[in-house]
Design a protein around this ligand. Structure first.
Ligand SMILES: C[S@@+](CC[C@H](N)C(=O)[O-])C[C@H]1O[C@@H](n2cnc3c(N)ncnc32)[C@H](O)[C@@H]1O
Length: 257
């Protein structure tokens, strides 16, 4: 199943707000956790051709360019975000494109980067095969995605409290209440920041690894990034939680000969 239509509409409609959020540095999960880990993992990009999938507002493309890439192309399914990226970075190339239907010739790129986008699609196997096709031999695909342990948890959002629980409670009656569902792959409908309606797909780690292996990629690294300690000054709760509970996972895949 393709990216949920409401999710694309949300990214379109909130393109400006999303951009402000990204640039303000107030998105702690991006600024203090995911981006530092992704950028630390980048290979030497000098002279390389690079594709950035789910590029959003384009900052990541600018970063990849600043690391010496010869050519960077950013793609995103949201026209609103691509319009924003084109205006912000007129010297970079951006296209509205669905990652499930990559429109590039075989072996075009040395490196493909995708930050927090894979969980919006259900069909990982065909998408991974598509990315494998457009990578050169020995090319790398680096991506981050939801950590399934945390995103398989049951989320309760109320005005006065919020919880995210994967586990069970045994009652004195002897009955159990089970919270969350790690094993069953499924679509999850969610609301972020009280206004951003989004749907993503949960899948267990074994399903992720099976699709990666079946697509022909080899896993060269797996990371479970923790927040930078500098987030404590901004929000000590964020550090207390995500220093212990994994929010995202990073996979580095290689296309073998
Ligand atoms: C969480 S945002 C991440 C944006 C950017 N990579 C970042 O980390 O700031 C996810 C992005 O994936 C894009 N997206 C979702 N489904 C997509 C698809 N099938 N093909 C391309 N982009 C997609 C969304 O429009 C959105 O810009």
């Amino acid at each position: 199943m393709a990216t949920d239509k409401n999710t694309i509409q949300s990214y379109d409609a909130y393109a400006l707000k999303w951009a402000e959020r990204m640039r303000s540095g107030k998105n702690l999960a991006h600024t203090f956790l995911e981006k530092p880990a992704m950028y630390q993992q980048l290979p030497n990009l000098k002279g390389k051709s690079v594709l950035c999938i789910g590029c959003g507002t384009g900052e990541e493309c600018a970063h990849l360019q600043s690391r010496g890439a010869k050519k960077v192309i950013g793609i995103d399914i949201s026209k609103g975000l691509i319009d924003y990226a084109k205006t912000s970075y007129p010297n970079l190339a951006f296209h509205v494109m669905d990652m499930e239907q990559l429109d590039f010739p075989e072996q075009t790129f040395d490196f493909v980067y995708s930050s927090l986008t894979m969980h919006y699609i259900d069909n990982w196997l065909d998408t991974l095969r598509g990315i494998h096709r457009i990578l050169k031999q020995h090319g790398t695909f680096l991506f981050s995605t939801h950590h399934p342990m945390t995103w398989g948890a049951e989320v309760t959002r109320m005005s006065e409290s919020e919880s995210r629980v994967l586990g069970y409670e045994k009652h004195t009656s002897g009955e159990y209440t089970v919270f969350g569902d790690y094993f069953n792959a499924r679509k999850v409908d969610d609301v972020w920041f009280n206004e951003f309606h989004v749907s993503y797909y949960h899948r267990p780690l074994s399903a992720i690894i099976k699709d990666i292996r079946d697509s022909g990629f080899v896993i060269s690294d797996i990371l479970e990034p923790k927040p930078l300690a500098s987030v404590i000054e901004e929000n000590s709760n964020f550090y207390a939680i995500y220093g212990k509970i994994p929010l995202f996972m990073i996979f580095e895949l290689t296309k073998p000969v």
